[in-house]
Design a protein around this ligand. Structure first.
Ligand code: CAA
Length: 260
């Protein structure tokens, strides 16, 4: 399907989704969020996608936030619906059935950083700047930033980011544990694709279940998380891929996974 504000391609199991509003630094308006939902549904339904990479079109920005022009005249009810739309969209990213890598190629601010935080891994280019500047606009992060960032880096450091609204250089974001790796700009997409290809070689059901168990287990007591792991792990033993993966190891050959 064609999208107005997104570019989408799938090559050898790796989907590349670009937010495509470079004139406004890829700001997320309602239309783009709706399109993002459509694209995520489309990709999740395809059988051939193993890893998704999300990035921004152009040289300057991943996503510079939710669209300030669209938000500026909103009242509380519209703001509530907009925040909910953002949350629902980012939840779809978080629950996407394959690993998702954010390739942060420039500004990742506000809703842009929140989008990256909903991805499984964040790769950033040297020179990228990340932050939650909402307080400078008289609001605070409304697409999950107040919840996902403290869970990722701890309350105190998250509060510093949220309360100052200041931008953080990619290297500092790496030191803080927000970013998985920092790459030269010209290498960013290639490094994301290389890692995606390495992930894509592994058993798809195992990847999907590993993601689910980490996500679900993160917010429940340890014992509940352990139970989730035991059940999901045991269920893998009813799949073709578990039999194939282990047989291939014993027969000293490369496994051919079917995703079932
Ligand atoms: N929404 C709408 N338009 C945006 C935008 C945004 N978030 N970010 C940038 N733009 C637009 C600018 O208005 C400008 O448009 P015009 O050319 O029509 O003037 C264009 O993109 C280029 O931006 P700048 O001229 O500002 O570029 P710059 O290089 O001087 O500055 C920047 C870059 C520092 C990223 C600056 O654009 C900026 O501060 N952007 C806003 C960042 C921000 O506050 N994000 C948070 C939004 S609130 C939010 O996300 C709420 C939430 O929690 C969901």
């Amino acid at each position: 399907m064609a999208y107005k504000n997104l570019l989408l391609e799938v090559e050898e199991g790796i989907a590349l989704l670009k937010i495509n509003r470079p004139k406004v630094l890829n700001a997320l308006d309602r239309e783009t969020l709706m399109e993002l939902q459509g694209a995520l549904k489309e990709l999740a339904q395809r059988g051939d996608v193993r890893v998704l990479i999300i990035t921004g079109e152009g040289q300057k920005a991943f996503v510079a936030g939710a669209d300030v022009a669209e938000m500026s005249e909103m009242g509380p009810q519209e703001a509530y619906e907009f925040s909910r739309l953002g949350h629902e969209t980012l939840k779809m990213v978080e629950e996407f059935p394959c690993p998702v890598i954010a390739a942060v190629n420039g500004y990742a601010l506000g809703g842009g950083l929140e989008l990256a935080l909903a991805c499984d891994l964040i790769f950033a280019s040297e020179g990228a700047r990340l932050g939650l500047p909402e307080v400078t606009l008289g609001i605070f992060p409304g697409f999950g930033g107040t919840q996902r960032l403290p869970r990722l880096i701890g309350k105190a450091r998250a509060k510093e980011v949220i309360f100052t609204g200041e931008m953080i250089e990619a290297r500092r974001a790496y030191e803080m544990g927000i970013v998985n790796r920092v790459c030269p700009p010209e290498r960013l997409l290639e490094e994301a694709k290389e890692v995606a290809r390495r992930m894509a070689k592994n058993g798809p059901v195992a990847l999907k279940m590993a993601k689910k168990v980490v996500e679900r287990g993160y917010d429940v007591p340890l014992q509940e998380g352990e139970e989730l792991e035991i059940s999901a792990w045991a269920n893998l033993f009813s799949t073709h891929d578990q039999k194939e993966g282990m047989r291939a190891f014993l027969e000293k050959r490369k496994a051919t996974f079917k995703g079932e």
